[in-house]
Design a protein around this ligand. Structure first.
Ligand SMILES: C[S@@+](CC[C@H](N)C(=O)[O-])C[C@H]1O[C@@H](n2cnc3c(N)ncnc32)[C@H](O)[C@@H]1O
Length: 230
């Protein structure tokens, strides 16, 4: 039986039972293999844009005897899907900017989905803002630690989101609302990253005059305030 790490286990837990799932950027296809094996879903599409990971996925799907239940497709993002072919998409292990590009490039497919599960490697604020300004509500989130690294998982469903305090694009509105156990560590990590950006900008007089510089100064103040509330 295939065992997933904490990160992909949490992604798997957000896939509704009986979902018609497409896992985009599937690499070894571990997520769809696990979900079909568990009988949580009957069928999945697995998408990969690169030949090496596509081959790895093909080998894994065949070795688990699941070629009839997992349709592996080579192609970019959601372009491998027909509208309404699936209701749920998972995209794990890519940058937030890449995920936003993938969703924006295939509006017919994106609009036909009910749920999107994203585990960004960076740029979580960017993908949250994209979702909340394109007809999606963040309905759940998780923080997972695996091999010493913190991962954010974002679950979105169709709907119009209420306006939020802009620092919650960074922290995660549900992560904050639920006061998840790893929240303090998550905010401390964001502070560390934002302070590092500011330090780099400090070296350039032009950068210090930019609006980006002041937005980071403000983010750091807002994060320190959030930390003080815990
Ligand atoms: C770091 S791996 C993550 C694999 C797996 N989803 C996980 O979370 O363990 C990212 C994968 O996404 C694939 N990828 C990157 N951009 C993609 C795109 N536009 N469409 C489909 N796959 C993509 C890469 O080839 C790579 O295999």
């Amino acid at each position: 039986m295939l065992k997933l790490g904490e990160r992909l286990m949490q992604v798997a837990s957000f896939v509704p039972s009986g979902a018609k799932l497409a896992d985009i950027g599937t690499d070894h296809a571990y997520l769809p293999i696990y979900l079909v094996h568990q009988n949580k879903i009957a069928y999945a599409v697995a998408g990969e844009v690169n030949q090496g990971p596509y081959q790895a996925a093909q080998d894994a799907i065949e070795s688990y005897g699941l070629a009839e239940k997992i349709s592996l497709r080579l192609g970019n993002g959601l372009e491998i899907l027909k509208p309404a072919e699936v209701d749920t998409v998972s995209i794990a292990g890519m940058g937030g900017g890449t995920v936003a590009d993938i969703l924006a490039k295939s509006p017919d497919i994106t609009c036909s989905l009910q749920r999107i599960i994203i585990q960004p490697m960076n740029g979580a604020a960017l993908i949250r803002e994209w979702l909340m300004t394109h007809g999606w509500v963040i309905c759940d989130e998780a923080l997972v630690k695996e091999d010493g690294r913190l991962y954010e998982i974002i679950v979105a469903e169709r709907g119009w989101a209420a306006e939020i305090d802009s620092i919650l694009y960074d922290v995660g509105p549900v992560i904050w609302l639920k006061r998840l156990p790893l929240l303090k560590e998550h905010i401390e990590h964001l502070l560390f990253q934002h302070k590092r950006v500011l330090m780099e900008m400090d070296a350039s007089p032009n950068a210090k005059l930019s609006s980006k510089y002041y937005s980071y100064v403000q983010k750091i103040k807002d994060l320190e305030l959030k930390l003080a509330c815990l």
